[in-house]
Ligand binder design. Structure first.
Ligand SMILES: N[C@@H](CCC(=O)N[C@@H](CS)C(=O)NCC(=O)O)C(=O)O
Length: 235
């Protein structure tokens, strides 16, 4: 069995989407980020960066002690290698998948995360930040749109590159992006959205970046989520 430490955010949903696609048994271990459960010592022992997702594989390949992992890209790669799916072994195909996985981890995720933050959570409008991250996210959506012009999936067959990117396109409205501007990306997005595993992954999941549906964060939640320094404050 594999434990998935989870909250319904784009990075958490990446890992859940993998399990659903692979139909690999997993145990969902909810972590309340607004309560600061990510700072509990038990969780930090698994995920020292105090972030979800994290997994504990109690039956790693080759046996031995359970394997604990944090960082969604490392998790996707670990799981893909464990079941020999969603990443080719052949060098060219494998390299393509890895490049796009790292592109998501270092570009799309962090930049879209910033515009999501400034559009949805920032207590006041910060025009410079909104302009900067909206543009950069627009650029990144454009990169993906061009990549998808002549293919169905991001890198060869359906892979962990698609699994990594999809949850980061779901909140496109919160990113200030219109998918009609990116027709290839939109075609891919609609196709991934229709996959049964995607439907299962998102069942009962609220749009994390839909502030109008959510009650506003309390001061305490805001402090836990966005006010951290080296010495964590929890509730
Ligand atoms: N690079 C990390 C980012 C993970 C991340 O940012 N997780 C967020 C939710 S999407 C989190 O756990 N935030 C809680 C916190 O920062 O205290 C990954 O891809 O796993």
């Amino acid at each position: 069995m594999i434990d998935l430490y989870f909250a319904a955010t784009p990075n958490g949903l990446k890992a859940k989407l993998f399990f659903e696609e692979a139909q690999l048994p997993y145990r969902l271990m909810p972590v309340s980020l607004s309560k600061g459960e990510q700072f509990q010592p038990d969780f930090l022992a698994i995920s020292p960066n105090n972030k979800i997702p994290a997994i504990v594989d109690h039956q790693p390949l080759g046996g031995g002690a359970p394997v604990a992992l944090f960082e969604s890209g490392a998790i996707l790669l670990y799981l893909a290698e464990k079941i020999s799916r969603f990443i080719p072994t052949e060098i060219h195909g494998r390299t393509e998948v890895l490049q796009w996985l790292f592109w998501q981890m270092s570009g799309l995720g962090p930049m879209a995360g910033q515009i999501g933050h400034f559009n949805v959570y920032a207590p006041e409008q910060v025009p410079y930040a909104i302009e900067r991250y909206t543009r950069e996210t627009h650029r990144l959506y454009g990169v993906l749109d061009r990549r998808l012009a002549d293919r169905s999936f991001i890198a060869g067959e359906f892979s962990i590159a698609d699994i990594a990117c999809y949850p980061w396109i779901v909140p496109h409205e919160a990113h200030g992006q219109n998918l009609d501007d990116f027709p290839n990306l939109k075609r891919w997005f609609d196709a991934i959205a229709a996959r049964p595993a995607t439907v299962r992954t998102y069942e009962g999941v609220d749009n994390v970046y839909a502030p109008k549906k959510h009650s506003p964060l309390s001061e305490e939640e805001r402090r836990v989520l966005f006010g951290q320094g080296a010495n964590p404050v929890t509730r």
